[in-house]
Design a protein around this ligand. Structure first.
Ligand SMILES: C[S@@+](CC[C@H](N)C(=O)[O-])C[C@H]1O[C@@H](n2cnc3c(N)ncnc32)[C@H](O)[C@@H]1O
Length: 368
């Protein structure tokens, strides 16, 4: 009916423009899809809610269009990604911090690789051995010790240790997380759903690059790439953003009491004009697990058991029933604060044809 909604002619760099590519996230939609609907059905100053916020695409696009946005997600790391996209930065300061950390880790990396350029005055030998030992002592994650080469592990632990000394700590966490994701001991073509770690230095046939590759054992090249890329992206969004409110709430959308969460924001007592969301699909993705490396590195609390429709529960009839119950609970919880003529857009690959029943149980009418 709307062939343009395929967005086949939009090149990748536009689908991932500015902050939309600050961190990989499996299962997000593209800003152009959000823009298409928001521009037709809402206006500036409206309040748009996304109860399955994920990495925050709705929030960023809505803000660019001068709308207030509210996002809820159960996963603390997804909230962190959304938060660093939405945050307002002193760009010069953010750039200086990111580049200083990169420089310090580069020095450390040179020492670890015995480069002749290693600045031994900065890391005197005896101090260095103590530093390495104490970094390893701080790592009690079996996952990190298994999925990263020993040198890589030391570098990420060193970067992590530097973070508390800076103002933009979450931004630094995201640069680090993005870098370590790409430097796990996994094939380059399998970064989203790796099965098992490869041995350090083991060659494999790479379907992505069409040649033999080796898994990375040193995240410094990624840190270098993503440090510059992050600065460029936040600076780009800074020129486009509006001053409308962006509220990010880490909670279960089935039972969060939104008015209390918004009470101390500019959106207190404001009804919601509409919902635009991409819910999880039945048995498709484990949203915490896709960022397991970040949970292990930063120790964020996990709430996997509160995810609706996780992959680990499969796609059985029972899983579908639980999914219906979950999504209905979200609508029943949140509809009371949506305007009675508010519009709700749900981007769903409804292969099991569950949404007519979800709408019925939620007291909603499917228009299209
Ligand atoms: C398909 S993703 C949303 C992607 C998002 N539109 C984007 O562009 O990044 C679905 C999200 O729903 C979240 N989720 C799952 N169960 C939830 C629950 N009970 N409450 C709130 N969020 C939940 C997951 O953590 C995941 O981030």
């Amino acid at each position: 009916m709307y062939p343009e909604l395929g967005f086949y002619d939009i090149p990748e760099y536009k689908r991932t423009k500015h902050v939309h590519r600050l961190h990989p996230y499996l299962g997000k939609f593209i800003p152009q899809l959000v823009e298409w609907f928001l521009s037709r059905y809402f206006k500036a100053d409206d309040v748009i809610l996304d109860p399955f916020m994920g990495s925050g695409t709705t929030l960023i696009q809505g803000n660019e269009m001068k709308m207030h946005t509210v996002g809820i997600d159960i996963s603390p790391f997804n909230c962190l990604i959304a938060h660093i996209k939405a945050a307002k930065y002193d760009i010069a300061k953010a750039r200086a911090e990111i580049l200083e950390v990169e420089q310090r880790v580069t020095l450390f990396s040179k020492y670890l690789t015995n480069s002749s350029e290693a600045d031994l005055t900065f890391f005197p030998e005896n101090r260095m051995e103590n530093l390495k030992a104490s970094l390893l002592q701080e790592c009690n994650s079996e996952y990190l010790r298994t999925w990263f080469a020993p040198r890589d592990l030391l570098m990420m632990l060193y970067y992590r240790r530097l973070i508390p000394h800076y103002q933009y700590q979450d931004l630094l966490r995201v640069v680090l997380s993005r870098s370590v994701r790409s430097s796990r001991l996994v094939p380059h073509y399998d970064l989203a759903t790796p099965k098992a770690p490869l041995p350090v230095g083991k060659q494999y046939w790479c379907r992505k690059h069409n040649r033999f590759c080796m898994p990375l054992d040193n995240c410094i090249t990624k840190i270098h790439t993503y440090s510059g890329d992050t600065v460029r992206r936040i600076a780009e969004f800074d020129k486009l953003r509006s001053n409308k409110t962006i509220a990010i709430i880490q909670a279960d959308s089935r039972d969060v009491y939104l008015p209390a969460k918004l009470a101390n924001t500019a959106l207190a007592n404001r009804p919601i004009d509409g919902i635009f969301t991409l819910p999880p699909y039945v048995g498709q993705i484990d949203y915490h697990d896709q960022h397991i490396y970040a949970y292990e590195l930063f120790g964020f609390p996990r709430q996997d058991e509160l995810e609706i429709g996780p992959k680990k529960n499969g796609k059985s009839k029972q899983a579908q029933q639980e999914y219906i119950t979950g999504i209905v609970a979200v609508f029943k919880n949140l509809l009371p604060i949506v305007k009675s003529d508010g519009r709700i857009f749900v981007v769903a690959n409804d292969r099991f044809h569950l949404y007519p029943e979800i709408a019925r149980q939620s007291g909603l009418r499917i228009i299209d």
